[in-house]
Design a protein around this ligand. Structure first.
Ligand code: GDP
Length: 449
């Protein structure tokens, strides 16, 4: 899913990234292309328009983060807007996966058109609940219109090694549903999955039948199954089911075959119901929980940049950074600053990981890796620095053998380690000078986008 959209967007952002500073015209041009890419991916027009407007609004007011480029920040904004469109982000209710959080027996009602993958998804859910959540699951088919459907569900139940409600010819859907719930209570099932009948297209009789089952059973979850391959039709189907039956979750199937993915992006906006599950194949284990952030990541294919910008904006104290940059440019960077830098790095995770995310800093990354700056070493280095006097921190060049021995003893380390720290401090100040130059080149002068 999403390959085509992802390909288009990465082209747009590549071009954007090649510019150091972005003008409003650059951003507008990029957004026009993003809009076309969304429409080609079969995202509903009003949804695409809304997405673009959100990106533009935020890009205009954005606060420039020193350590990343404006283009990288635009990527992050597009990412956030996608995550929200997919149902995550701010106000995310965390509704994903299968929800069985209710007193047993928990009823899950499966609704959708014929051929959408309802029966297969019922089997997948049953398998997942039995194996991962150790639930006792009962499958019941309410499809009295197609006896083959009942047999299909029975076969799936055997494969998933879960219970299936015995078929009694002549019973209607309401009777079967009542019998399923009774059986579940009597035989202590945790979850009952009710697979309703589907038709080839929306029709009133089908909707009325499903709605009456829902009224009687009052399921904890009403899951609408839609076929991602049908694109906008899936969205229209979802709208109709939402209006007449009311659903509180969506399972989107055949995402393994859909290269466009637009339906997923429109679904939340159109129905208000969260996509909870993705079906990615015919096999019973081909079921994934839907994670808006991961899907947005797949669409953009730029997760590295997104997390870089996130971490940079979360952890770097701008004032501190400014002070430091000032000191560095005056050649006043000392071991005190190095110690506070160590703390920052500790907050941001491994420095080589961070550098790896920045395009074009591969060489520096190798140097840092050689320096072997991992977390435990960072801690020992902080201990060494705290064993120094203020004068020593300010002027490391006064550190001769006897002082080094005292510091090593005071910090529980060795003279070699003290020497290594001093060498790294030198390397680090050199690297920082280079990084600050690099960072400045990537910044757009003059504020907002
Ligand atoms: P129902 O009529 O809604 O119950 O649909 P079925 O569950 O019978 O599915 C119809 C067809 O779609 C079957 O051949 C399934 O194997 C296939 N199918 C269901 N889910 C998926 C999926 O996620 N990926 C793929 N590739 N095929 C699926």
């Amino acid at each position: 899913m999403f390959e085509a959209l992802s390909g288009r967007l990465s082209g747009v952002f590549d071009r954007l990234r090649r510019r150091g500073a972005l003008s409003e015209a650059d951003v507008n041009e990029a957004l026009r292309e993003v809009r076309v890419a969304l429409l080609e991916a079969d995202v509903a027009l009003p949804v695409a328009r809304d997405l673009i407007n959100k990106v533009r609004e935020r890009a205009v007011g954005v606060e420039i983060i020193r350590s990343v480029s404006p283009a990288q920040q635009v990527v992050k904004i597009v990412n956030d807007v996608l995550v929200e469109a997919l149902g995550g982000g701010e106000g995310d209710d965390g509704q994903r996966g299968i929800d069985t959080n209710a007193p047993a027996p928990v009823a899950i009602l499966m609704v959708g058109l014929q051929g959408s993958g309802k029966t297969t998804t019922s089997g997948k859910i049953a398998l997942r609940l039995r194996t991962r959540d150790r639930k006792k699951v009962l499958l019941a088919s309410l499809d009295v219109h197609r006896p083959a459907a009942q047999l299909q569900l029975e076969t799936l139940a055997k494969q998933a090694e879960v219970g299936s409600l015995p078929i009694i010819a002549g019973q209607g859907p309401l009777e079967i549903a009542a019998r399923a719930m009774e059986t579940a209570r009597r035989e202590l099932y945790d979850v009952v999955v009710l697979d309703t009948a589907g038709r080839l297209a929306i029709d009133e009789a089908l909707m009325a039948e499903v709605a009456s089952v829902k009224t009687m059973v009052k399921p904890h979850q009403t899951l609408l199954v839609v076929d991602a391959m049908t694109g906008q039709d899936a969205v229209n189907t979802a709208r109709a089911f939402q209006e007449v039956v009311g659903v509180n979750g969506i399972a989107m199937t055949r995402v393994d075959g859909d290269a466009r993915g637009g339906a997923a992006l429109s679904m939340r906006a159109v129905t208000g119901a969260p996509i909870r599950l993705l079906g990615a194949g015919e096999k019973l284990d081909a079921l994934e929980d839907f994670h808006p952030d991961r899907i947005a990541g797949r669409i953009l294919g730029m997760g590295d940049i997104v997390s870089l910008v996130e971490r940079a904006s979360e952890t770097i104290d701008r004032d501190e950074a400014e002070k430091l940059a000032n000191k560095m440019s005056k050649g006043q960077f000392d071991l005190e600053d190095y110690a506070s830098q160590l703390k920052q790095i500790g907050k941001m995770g491994s420095i080589s990981g961070i550098l790896g995310m920045l395009p074009g800093i591969g060489k520096m990354k190798a140097q840092i890796e050689n320096a072997n700056l991992d977390q435990s070493i960072l801690k020992r280095q902080a201990a060494i620095i705290s064993s120094m006097t203020v004068a020593e921190r300010r002027k490391p060049e006064i550190l001769k053998a006897s002082r080094k021995r005292r510091i090593a003893a005071g910090s529980g380390t060795s003279v070699q380690e003290v020497n290594r720290l001093l060498k790294q401090f030198d390397d680090m100040s050199a690297m920082m000078k280079r990084m600050s130059k690099l960072g400045q080149k990537g910044l757009m002068r003059g504020g907002g986008l």
